[in-house]
Write a protein that binds this ligand. Sequence first.
Ligand code: NAP
Length: 294
Amino acid sequence: MSDDTRPPVTVIGLGSMGRALAAAFLAAGHPTTVWNRSPHKAEDLVARGARPAATPAEAVAASELVVACVLDYPALYEVLAPCAGDLSGRVLVNLTSGSPEQAGEMAAWAAERGAEYLDGAIMITPPGIGNPESMIFYSGSRSAFTRHRRTLAALGDPLDIGAEPGLASLYDTALLGMMWSTLSAWLHGAALVGAEKVDATAFTPVAVRWLTAVAGFMTTYAPQVDEGRYPGDDATLDVQAAAIEHLVHAAEARGVDTALPELLRDQIRRAVDAGHGADSYAAVIRVLAGEGRR
Ligand code: NAP
């Protein structure tokens, strides 16, 4: 049942994610207009009160807030190009995944058509939509974010990442990189202990507990990165350069792949060679960001 005191919303794109977005707006009481290239995907939502639009133009005309979530940017241009003139005075919230550069180009494209633009990055799969704990990053028009924050909160926790349109996408990419690095490091650890017949389910509780400690190191090191000073009060890179040899050796001795520890050893060595042996692990930023860029 929709509550007409809630602002109307349009959702364009009803794939797995778009359907979850529209369902969350409906559940929060927003009059919700939906459009999808394959119209049958709207049926369940229409049964729950969504208004089906026959064309993208009709969908855009229905609400000031237009949320789009299709496969990729080329698909979104294809959908919006025929009704680009109808975007004037509206807010386009693009939750389609893409690069920061694509976000910047679409922000300019929307501005030329008189629309405000917010780029979003959804850090959860469709079942997490509607959960206030789920992070959704937004970057772009400040005034659009402020005006529509409450409506966007129906989808998850809306985090304001900044005015530069590509920032949400950049955060998304950076966090995915962290996810892959962390998962591969955990699997590497599981392979190491697995070589000694320890199950992953036995190893994982201590691995998860260790992640909490690692999160603490990150919080300690963040100001060091920002200030460009890395006091090695807790543990120096010289000490870690020696310790990582044990990881490379332990992997080699058990026939476990050594590419990941060798990569990390290389980064540590390069930082030490650049004169950061007495500094903390945070000094590796000088290698990763390019010496002299911070
Ligand atoms: P999906 O289930 O494959 O849905 C794709 C959607 O794009 C469908 O509505 C599809 O329409 C539409 N589409 C594709 N090509 C089109 C075209 N040329 N013209 C018009 N519509 C077109 O994918 P999804 O999981 O919903 O993902 C949608 C976006 O959300 C992607 O950018 C994805 O990276 C992002 N995302 C997804 C997740 C996730 O967990 N699923 C998480 C974060 C971000 P039809 O129904 O007609 O094919």
